[in-house]
Structures are given as C-alpha cells and as structure tokens.
Ligand binder design. Structure first.
Ligand SMILES: NC(=O)c1ccc[n+]([C@@H]2O[C@H](COP(=O)([O-])OP(=O)(O)OC[C@H]3O[C@@H](n4cnc5c(N)ncnc54)[C@H](OP(=O)(O)O)[C@@H]3O)[C@@H](O)[C@H]2O)c1
Length: 416
C-alpha cells in the first residue's frame, strides 16, 4: 500500500513523510575499532521504526563531538558490547549526538512534534517509565539516563535518526541546517554548568573564568555568561585565539603558556617550601585574572581540562564560589589543596549534559540570537571519519564542526 523507495542518495530526500526502506549510515563495527578515519564506513542499514514515544527525523546536518572519537576507538568503553549486554541486538554503532532535521514519522503517543516540523535534537535520553523520571526529579540523575548517539544507537551520522519525542526542539529559523546542527551538545552542557547549580548560578556582574575559551564548550560558555551580564575571562594556549574569544564577548583572555605550574598536586604540597613555591605561581595566574576584573576573583570557574588545571581552579575561585566540571580532558586525577576548599567554603560540582528545561532555555538564547553556534568547519557525509580523525589529533579549528547529510550544500535552511 505504501510506495516506499528502497533508498535515496545522500543529499536528497523523498517527499516529507515518505520513509525509504533503507538508509546510508556511517557505521562503526567492533572489527574496525581504531583510528576514526578507518572506523567509520558507509553502509546501507534498514531505517528503524519509531516506538510509541519516538520520532524518526531525516537528518539534514549532524554536529561533531569528541564522544564519537571514543566510540570509534572502542575505548574506554566498547559501546556496542555494552548495549548488547543489555539485550540490544544490533552489532554496530551509528553515532552522532547533534542534529538538525525534518520530522518524517512519529510514534502513536507523540504530541509535541508532527511530520514536517523542522527541529534540532538534544542528546539526553531516559526511560519514560523510570520511577525517578516519573517522580518528576531531574532526569539527568536518573539510572536510565544515557547519551543519544553515543550510549545509544541510531545517532545522526545517517540519513534518518531515531530519537525520543522530548529531544526535539524548534530549529532557530535564522540558522542554516549545518549551523543548527552544531551547537546543542556543547551549548546545553555549558548552560547547565552556568545556570543549573543553585545558588551558584551566573548572575549580573559575576566574574566567570572559562578554560579553553576558543573550544566548543568554551565558545558557548563565554556567550552564555555574557548574556547573563557577567565579566568573562577566558583562557587559551595561543595568542591567535585571543581575538576569537574577544569577539564572543570575553572581557579578558589569558594565554596559559605563560605559566608553568600545571598538573596534579602531590603529597609534597604538605611541605611548606613546596606549598610556598606552588602558591606563588598560582597567585601570579590569579593576578592575571584581576587585570580584567578590577581585582575580583571568579565566582564560577568553568572547568573541563581537569587534572592539569583543577588545583588552580580551586585556588583562584572566590570564597563561596563554585568550580563546575564536565570532563577531564587532561586526566582524571583531580587534586586540590583542601585548605582552600574548606576554609573558603568553595564548591566542586560535577555536571553532565542537560535536562529538557536546560536545553529549552539554551535553545531560546540561540533563537533570540544571544548565542551564535560558532560553526567554523563543514564536512561532507563521506568525510565523517576524517573530521573525527582531525578532532582526535587536536587539529580542529576554534568553535564547532558539522557534517552535511540531507542538506545538499551549505547555506540552506534559513527561514527568516
Ligand atoms: N559531560 C558532558 O556533558 C560534556 C559535554 C561536552 C563536552 N564534554 C567534554 O569536554 C571536553 C571539551 O570539549 P570541547 O568540545 O570544548 O573540546 P574542544 O573544542 O577540543 O576544546 C577543548 C579546549 O580545552 C583546552 N585545553 C586543552 N588542553 C588543555 C590543558 N592542558 N589545559 C587547559 N586547557 C586545555 C583547549 O584550549 P587551549 O589549548 O586554547 O587552552 C581546547 O580549546 C571534552 O573532553 C569533551 O568530551 C563533556
């Protein structure tokens, strides 16, 4: 009864609502685990069927994040084996945790979107019948919480993606498909870090220190903090990134290469002479912040490098302030001089992605043009492995990257 095409070429779409039987997908398999350039391969895969609260979205563009570098490597987690252990039958991984696209099919109980809607997708998933979620508590703390397109299959590196209804948010009309695909994962993560953890939320005239100010997370954090009226000091490793941070609104930018006290503390910090030497250097970094803040310390330190920077983050944070962290890119061995933590009553807060409310609030900032997606590089679908390889080798440009999937070329999708 249905006239479904077998498959359509990349960059083309059947009429809205007509779902092909198969789709092209960039697939990772266990036997190919390793460098992303080889791990991702294009395969034809049957298009999945949405369940009652699920939505099938035709992907116009997909955003690129570090998590699918890890998926390609099969390290530190073999995401395919982890899902099979829980009973899933698929022996492959279709990654991709950011997307813009068009709704092509909805499950029987979906109410918030309809076929034809233009959407962006956030990557937070959880079971609707999880008792924690049903009780109305923060789903990001639920046992069933997982990241779509990393911990789940059917991510955005394919012509169609399968998502839960609440993951869909309106696409900002002023953005192209590739811009709209680039911001949600890093932006909503940064939004929760800065706005969720009461009472340490960003307020007018607060000082916020942003590590990696030219990176994906950092570019979003600078703009979100500025939108709240804060004074922002960003940190970079190269003077060439200073202008980028300033354009996004940073009031000051520090080149971390001018300091050399980085890395984990050891028990030697208990020796007065070692402590005196370390604290002298950490104070110099603090003074570099003061240059831009009228001698005020950061009330929020936006952390993700982890091991290398966390002793300094705790040290420079204002009394009663918060160091909020969502990653340990330089290592997981976080060390702090406890004297500063307890005497000055500082908070070290972990934060992971975002709930529906955080995502909606952040998307509204983008719709209001208060946050730019900072898209700096666009790849073809065939280059999915290449762009993850570039990210693995830390050769990617400032800001965010996206991949064209259904969109035939750059610059399409603007509706106003
Ligand atoms: N938990 C979550 O929900 C979540 C969400 C998004 C991302 N993440 C994680 O957060 C991390 C950053 O993501 P991203 O997208 O912002 O990556 P990115 O675009 O690569 O930016 C990371 C930044 O970190 C800085 N950096 C690197 N080494 C550093 C060091 N030794 N000391 C200080 N800064 C250093 C770099 O800036 P400079 O070299 O210029 O200083 C770089 O721009 C990744 O590990 C990612 O997986 C977690």
């Amino acid at each position: 009864m249905e006239n479904r095409p077998e498959i359509v070429p990349i960059g083309e779409l059947p009429p809205v609502g007509v779902v092909p039987k198969k789709m092209y997908a960039q697939v990772i398999r266990a036997e190919r685990f390793g460098d992303p350039i080889k791990a991702f391969q294009i395969e034809e895969i049957p298009v999945p069927e949405p369940g009652p609260r699920e939505v099938l979205v035709a992907v116009m563009a997909a955003g690129v994040n570090y998590n699918n570098v890890w998926a390609a490597l099969g390290y530190p987690v073999n995401v395919i084996a982890a899902r099979q252990k829980k009973g899933e039958k698929e022996d492959f991984h279709i990654g991709g945790s950011d997307a813009s696209g068009i709704v092509y099919k909805v499950g029987s109980e979906v109410k918030n979107v309809k076929v034809g809607d233009h959407v962006v997708i956030h990557c937070g998933q959880w079971d609707h019948d999880d008792p924690w979620v049903k009780a109305g508590k923060d789903p990001m703390l639920a046992p069933s919480q997982r990241i779509w397109g990393y911990e789940t299959n059917w991510g955005s590196f394919a012509q169609f993606t399968l998502v839960q209804d609440h993951q869909c948010l309106p696409k900002p009309k002023h953005l192209t498909w590739e811009q709209a695909a680039a911001y949600m994962l890093v932006g909503a993560t940064a939004y929760r870090m800065l706005h969720h953890w009461e009472p340490n939320t960003v307020k007018e005239d607060d000082v916020v220190l942003v590590w990696g100010g030219a990176g994906g997370l950092g570019s979003m954090a600078i703009q979100i903090a500025k939108a709240a009226g804060a004074t922002v000091v960003a940190v970079v490793s190269d003077d060439s990134k200073i202008e980028w941070c300033k354009k996004l609104g940073a009031d000051g930018v520090i080149n971390r290469k001018k300091f050399n006290h980085w890395g984990a503390l050891t028990s030697d910090i208990n020796k007065p002479e070692v402590f005196a030497e370390w604290v002298k250097k950490a104070r110099e970094f603090g003074k570099a912040i003061w240059e831009f803040t009228n001698k005020r310390n950061p009330t929020i330190v936006f952390e993700h490098p982890g091991e290398s920077t966390i002793p300094t983050s705790i040290f420079v944070c204002e009394t009663g302030g918060m160091v909020v962290i969502c990653a340990g890119t330089t290592g997981y061995n976080a060390t702090v001089d406890l004297r500063y933590l307890w005497m000055r009553q500082k908070r070290l807060q972990g934060s992971h992605f975002a709930n529906d409310e955080d995502c909606k609030n952040f998307n509204d900032l983008v719709i209001q043009k208060k946050v730019d997606p900072c898209l700096t590089k666009v790849f073809k679908f065939e280059e999915t492995g290449l762009c993850h390889q570039i990210m693995k080798e830390n050769k990617h440009p400032p800001g965010n990257m996206a991949i064209l999937v259904g969109a035939p070329k750059e610059g399409l999708g603007i509706e106003e």
